[in-house]
Each structure stands twice: as C-alpha cells, then as structure tokens.
Design a protein around this ligand. Structure first.
Ligand SMILES: Nc1ncnc2c1ncn2[C@@H]1O[C@H](COP(=O)(O)OP(=O)(O)OP(=O)(O)O)[C@@H](O)[C@H]1O
Ligand SMILES: [Mg+2]
Length: 298
C-alpha cells in the first residue's frame, strides 16, 4: 500500500514537471554551478536565494554544497543535514536518503568531506554515485552546485560538467583578477557551457557594468572566451542581517531591492529557451563520467 502511494507520488511529480516543458519526454535537470576565484564574494547567498526563487516559480530545485567541509549552506539556511555525500559513497546510502529539506521546499545535499574522498575513491564507488546522480537528474528541474573558492580537481569536474557556470565577483580588483583566473582554468579545460557573470556587493549599476567590462575585455583578448553579463546585486545590509539570522534574505526581506533582483534573475533563467529545449542539454552525469574516467561507454 505504502509502495503504491510512493509510486503514485513519483508519477504525479513526473506529470507535474512534464506540464512545464512542452515537448519533454523525460525531465532532465539543468545544472548550474556557482563559482568564483576569490572566496567570500557572495556565492552561497546567491545560490540559496536563487534556488528559493526558482522553487517559488514551481520547479524542483536541489542545492548541492560542494564547499568541502564548511557546511555553508546549512549555516545560511539554519538547517542541519544529517548525512553527506560521504555517507553515500562510504556507507552505501542511497542519494535519496542523504537529501535534506531546505527552506520553502528546496532540497539540500551536503558535500561534507565527500568531494575530497571522491578523489581517493575506487571506480566502483564513483560509479554508484554517478548512477544516483543520474536518477536525481531525472527527478529535478534545477540542480545548483555551490562551490568554495579555489576548487579542487573533483569540484572542478562538477563545474565543468554543469550546463551553465555563474562566476560571482565583486568590484574589488583582486576579486576580478581571481575571477579571470577561474575563467582561464575553465577555458583551458575546454568548458563549453554558458559562462554567466554575476557582479555582487556593488554600490551602483555603473560600478557593476564597469567591473563586467574589465572582465569581458580580458576574457575576449586573452582567452577568446565569450562571457555573459547575468546581473548584479548591490551592497545591502539585508544580506548581513540574513546571514546573522540564518534566514535567506528572500524570506526575511522579500520586498528589498536585492530580493527583487534575485526574482528577476530566476525568471530569466526559467524562461531561457535553452531550458525549454531539453534536447540541447547534454546530461550532467554523462559529462561527469567522461571527466572522471575519460571514456563514454554509451
Ligand atoms: N550583496 C551583499 N551585500 C552585503 N554583504 C554581502 C553581499 N553579498 C555577500 N555579502 C557578505 O559577504 C559574506 C560572504 O558571503 P557568502 O558566504 O555568500 O560568500 P561565498 O562566496 O559563498 O564565501 P565562500 O567562498 O567562503 O564560500 C556574507 O557573510 C555577507 O555578509
Ligand atoms: Mg560559500
């Protein structure tokens, strides 16, 4: 009886998400990686609030904390997730078991020490994780990966496999420089997805655009890499207040300028043609498998 109810729920979920995408036969998550060169530029705040905003638009969203061992997301959302990816790899737990509940129905996975352990894991365990991720990819609309600064090889693989990268920088020249270095790393490794730039913690629009132009000039001249201005967020007390209270600003200050900007960004993302045309997405886990093992046996 319980099994039947579970199956029915799963069926309902599929039907719901199928409604959203006209020609979609099976749902495939769009995977977004939030990264930066320098640390502390606002990645986790951006990731969490964007996730909540996308969820409010009716999509299933999962945030994967790939910031090794720092439990950033749990702190910023006031949640406590029991298990991490390490339990999935070492204890054989299914990925469904390690998913925690975040605010407003977003789902959270804590990386814990798992990303470090992946680099010393045998092929069998990695394959199990990839299989689990593949299932997740089919049941989720958006997977948002929040990385730490200065990513490890394994985390870089996750970023490389993402459909879109969001590089967050402030106007601070060291942050721009480190952001450029991150772009260079992605370019050298052959990243082919969309590279979105988010300028955070700025005083005004002009400062945001000037920062973007600097990055764009360097990227075009030296890397021959196209980047896209995704948006900017101003410096706001609302953010530090939200961090202190461990309630994302979209919930604690829904009418603030910064919350409105996040909502516009979420709308742009879900409206993007690429998302509706699911055929254009290559599957995240397939790319990841290729990056891990250098072969594609499909
Ligand atoms: N738009 C903003 N306005 C004011 N303060 C901000 C803004 N964005 C971020 N901050 C401040 O910067 C701090 C770092 O933010 P956050 O944890 O999101 O950065 P991060 O890039 O995820 O850091 P890490 O690299 O350590 O993971 C926050 O505690 C917050 O106080
Ligand atoms: Mg962070």
């Amino acid at each position: 009886m319980k099994d039947q109810a579970e199956k029915l729920r799963k069926l309902m979920n599929t039907t719901d998400s199928q409604k959203k995408f006209n020609n979609k036969i099976t749902s495939t998550a769009k995977v977004l990686a939030i990264t930066s060169g320098k640390g502390g530029v606002g990645k986790t705040n951006f990731a969490i609030n964007l996730a909540i905003s996308i969820k409010r638009l009716g999509y299933n969203v999962l945030v994967l904390d790939a910031d090794f061992g720092l439990a950033n997301i749990e702190i910023l959302t006031g949640t406590n997730i029991k298990y991490t990816i390490a339990d999935c790899i070492n204890e054989g737990k299914d990925i469904e078991e390690i998913i925690g509940d975040g605010p407003e129905g977003i789902k959270l996975i804590s990386g814990g020490s798992g990303f470090h352990e992946l680099s010393i894991m045998n092929e069998e365990n990695i394959i199990k994780l990839l299989k689990d991720l593949k299932n997740l990819e089919s049941n989720t609309d958006f997977i948002i990966i929040d990385t730490g600064a200065g990513v490890s090889k394994v985390v870089l693989d996750f970023v490389m496999a993402a459909n879109e990268v969001f590089l967050v920088t402030t106007a601070d020249p060291t942050s721009v420089m480190d952001g450029y270095t991150m772009l260079k790393t992605l370019t050298i490794n052959g990243y082919r997805g969309k590279l979105n730039i988010v300028i955070n913690n700025v005083n005004n629009r002009t400062e945001a655009y000037n920062t973007y132009y600097k990055l764009n000039r360097a990227s075009n001249s030296f890397l021959k890499q196209d980047i896209t201005f995704f948006g900017y967020l101003e410096k706001s007390n609302v953010v530090s207040k939200a961090v202190k209270s461990q309630i994302p600003f979209l919930l604690s200050s829904p009418k603030s300028q910064i919350s409105k900007k996040i909502n516009v960004m979420a709308l742009n993302l879900v409206d993007s043609k690429e998302h509706n045309n699911i055929q254009q997405h290559s599957r995240f886990t397939e790319k990841l498998k290729y990056l891990f093992f250098g072969k594609d046996d499909n």
